[in-house]
Design a protein around this ligand. Structure first.
Ligand SMILES: [Zn+2]
Ligand SMILES: [Zn+2]
Length: 197
């Protein structure tokens, strides 16, 4: 979200001379498209708490069905695009939504590559408890202040139990402290820094 605000604002600044005032609705659309997550949360959980919603989407396995991202769905984009082809006024909206989804797609692809590389380096075993298996996943233990990095060294391989613990704020003590994040460029200092990824 924060990254979307930053990148959309940068994009809007670049396009402002071209688009004039229309850059504003494009900018707003590229940020507000994420409101679909919250609407889904409201419909499902019948709770108004934005904090609870953020917590839910910060879990190791956040709900990721299309239901949570109705406005990101290709069908929604196509519909907006078709209407925008006829209605000039809707073009900035289509532009903003397209920009957002393109960024998301790029981010997801980079993220997947970083995760896969980290898991490969860890030999698919949990870097906290040593558990080995298909269910070991990659957790992003470090998050930059702005703009995500997708380097493998920023992920740690964790089993589901250790992963949940990491997201709840405390990783269990390492059984093999030295083994944690032994990949290139990853210092072990940050391993205790189990911030939600
Ligand atoms: Zn574990
Ligand atoms: Zn995680």
């Amino acid at each position: 979200m924060r990254d979307h605000v930053a990148l959309s604002t940068a994009g809007a600044a670049v396009l402002a001379p071209l688009l004039g005032w229309q850059v504003l609705p494009a900018w707003a659309a590229s940020i507000l498209i994420d409101v679909d997550h919250y609407l889904w949360f409201l419909a499902r959980r019948r709770r108004l708490s934005p904090r609870a919603a953020i917590r839910l989407f910060n879990q190791p396995d956040p709900p990721g069905q299309w239901g949570t991202r109705s406005l990101h769905h290709p069908a929604a984009l196509l519909a907006v695009g078709l209407v925008a082809a006829r209605l000039r006024r809707l073009r900035p909206l289509a532009l903003g939504m397209g920009f957002h989804v393109a960024l998301d797609t790029y981010h997801r692809r980079q993220l997947r590559a970083g995760r896969e590389e980290a898991l490969r380096r860890a030999g698919h075993s949990c870097q906290r408890c040593g558990h080995q298996g298909e269910d070991v996943g990659a957790h992003q233990w470090r998050q930059r202040l702005l703009l995500p990095s997708h380097r493998a060294g920023e992920f740690i391989a964790l089993c589901p139990t250790c992963h949940r613990a990491a997201h709840e704020g405390g990783l269990p003590p390492a059984r093999r402290a030295g083994a944690a994040v032994s990949g290139k460029g990853g210092g072990s200092a940050g391993v205790t820094d189990g911030r939600p990824g």
